[in-house]
Design a binder for this molecule. Structure first.
Ligand SMILES: NC(=O)C1=CN([C@@H]2O[C@H](COP(=O)(O)OP(=O)(O)OC[C@H]3O[C@@H](n4cnc5c(N)ncnc54)[C@H](OP(=O)(O)O)[C@@H]3O)[C@@H](O)[C@H]2O)C=CC1
Ligand SMILES: C[C@H](CCC(=O)NCC(=O)O)[C@H]1CC[C@H]2[C@@H]3C(=O)C[C@@H]4C[C@H](O)CC[C@]4(C)[C@H]3CC[C@]12C
Length: 179
């Protein structure tokens, strides 16, 4: 099983216009996932294995203060959803699981956003287990925590403007200091 999980450092703030940062983040969060998949594919085909791509709610719906990060996660969905089709057409028995995660209590995330986000983060240990399970079960997508992510995806489909305003109301915008 190939689990793609790493992310590069980004800021949590208004987009600052730095195109170089977006390019660098795409390299770490997106292109390296493509490169690692290419390297591992011969072995994965031989073992009929699984690719697990760790993404985010911010890779399915827009969220403020994470424009570069969000772009890299949307790119993962586009690339790996297309690849999944090709595997099925080609009868390649390698599964692709896209993990759509809400706010998780890892040290870096809590440090970056706890001053500005009202939600309580979900536990990282349970999250890690769900990620591994979803790959082993060859699920198409993991939604974790399922109630929050499931509700948000449903709202995106039926009431996208309402979801946007709900998302914004979850932020303490006054605590975001423009840099
Ligand atoms: N925590 C959250 O709220 C959420 C997380 N996610 C996703 O979950 C995954 C894990 O997130 P989380 O654990 O919070 O992230 P962290 O920032 O805690 O960890 C990121 C990891 O990536 C590694 N890394 C950074 N740059 C590179 C690089 N250039 N090459 C290789 N490795 C690198 C870091 O290594 P080192 O420590 O050595 O620098 C670190 O181990 C990510 O894909 C993230 O997008 C999705 C939604 C919410
Ligand atoms: C808060 C976002 C989701 C919207 C919401 O209100 N959810 C309620 C809930 O989840 O209970 C967060 C969803 C994903 C988060 C971001 C993420 O994907 C990890 C980044 C990691 C980095 O270390 C900094 C923080 C993140 C940008 C993080 C910020 C909060 C989310 C957008």
């Amino acid at each position: 099983m190939l689990i793609l999980n790493h992310i590069g450092y980004t800021y949590f703030n208004y987009f600052d216009g730095d195109v170089g940062h977006v390019r660098k983040l795409l390299e770490i969060n997106f292109l390296s996932y493509v490169a690692m998949t290419v390297s591992a594919l011969p072995l994965l085909k031989e073992s009929e294995g699984s690719i697990v791509v760790v993404s985010s709610m911010a890779g399915k719906t827009g969220a403020p203060f994470s424009a570069p990060y969000s772009a890299t996660k949307f790119a993962l969905d586009g690339f790996f959803s297309s690849l999944r089709h090709e595997f099925i057409i080609d009868k390649v028995n390698v599964s692709i699981t896209l993990c759509i995660l809400g706010y998780i209590d890892t040290e870096n995330a809590v440090r970056a956003v706890s001053h500005a986000i009202r939600a309580t983060p979900a536990p990282k240990e349970e999250c890690a287990l769900e990620i591994i399970k979803s790959g082993a079960l060859r699920q198409r997508e993991l939604h974790y925590p399922s109630s929050t992510v499931g509700t948000m995806l449903l709202l995106q489909a039926i009431a996208p403007d309402f979801l946007d305003s709900l998302t914004r109301s979850g932020y303490k915008v006054e605590n975001i200091r423009r840099t």
